[in-house]
Design a protein around this ligand. Structure first.
Ligand SMILES: [Zn+2]
Length: 255
């Protein structure tokens, strides 16, 4: 039978799924403080409001996150950790889980075997039902940390799920049910985040040290423009997928 015979499904078409059942727990793995809020903040806020415990794992120390060449770097690292904890509270409220920092040097993240083990250890300790991370296969991506962080999320799951990997952890293995990748090169999963855009924005605004370099929002007009850019993006994705506001992901279910 010809693949494109009228009335037959196109076997190359991507099947789009919508709105997972709310998981009991989720772990979002970002390269830098703020990446999780940009990538999946509204989805996490929606799940947390429905009872999901939301954990954060931030791989780098965020020490390149300033345009001030004379910045006090240890102070920047400390304030970015504080901002990340506040963002997690704003996203998830009483259901905010752990916020773990692996403290790798910003800009120099590598998906090494040692770091894969550290990510697997966190997955085994926190035992999330769903893991979220950067899509490492996003085409034309420039920032190496985002690519490496995506690889570490994928590789960390493989190591965490099988008992003979990193036995020295002394922890039981853990296989999450699902991996969602944000900034997806080929999105195939949609979360309706209508009602949670403001929570995402509020959490993003916890990252005050990033107002100049990342958000280009050093005065009220620029901050309003930043909010508009984020809101418009979620509304545009929503319009494309038939809801008011959406975050979209690549969904990997066979873990
Ligand atoms: Zn980042």
């Amino acid at each position: 039978m010809a693949a494109n015979e009228p009335g037959q499904p196109d076997p190359t078409a991507t099947l789009i799924t919508h709105d997972l059942p709310v998981p009991a727990s989720a772990l979002a793995i970002g390269a830098h403080p703020d990446d999780v809020e940009f990538g999946c903040g509204a989805t996490l806020a929606k799940w947390a409001a429905a009872g999901c415990v939301v954990h954060h794992l931030v791989l780098t120390d965020g020490s390149k996150g300033t345009w001030n060449a004379d910045a006090d770097i240890p102070a920047l690292i400390a304030s970015r950790q504080g901002e990340q904890r506040e963002a997690a509270r704003r996203l998830s409220g009483a259901n905010a889980g752990e916020v773990v920092f692996l403290g790798q040097v910003d800009g120099e993240l590598q998906a090494s075997l040692a770091l894969r083990g550290e990510v697997a250890r966190v997955i085994r300790q926190l035992r999330p039902q769903i893991v979220l991370g950067h899509d490492p296969w996003k085409r034309y991506r420039l920032h190496p940390d985002h690519r490496e962080a995506g690889l570490l999320a994928c590789d960390g799951i493989v190591a965490a799920r099988d008992p003979h990997f990193f036995k020295e952890h002394g922890l039981p293995s853990h296989r999450p049910a699902l991996l969602l990748l944000w900034e997806a090169d080929e999105p195939d999963h949609v979360e309706d985040v209508t009602g949670f855009v403001e929570t995402k924005l509020h959490a993003l605004e916890a990252h005050e040290s990033q107002f100049e370099s990342t958000m280009k929002a050093v005065d009220p007009d620029e901050l309003a423009a930043f909010r508009d850019r984020i809101s418009s993006r979620l509304a545009g994705l929503g319009a494309h997928y038939g809801v008011r506001n959406a975050e979209v992901f690549k969904r990997i279910a066979d873990l």
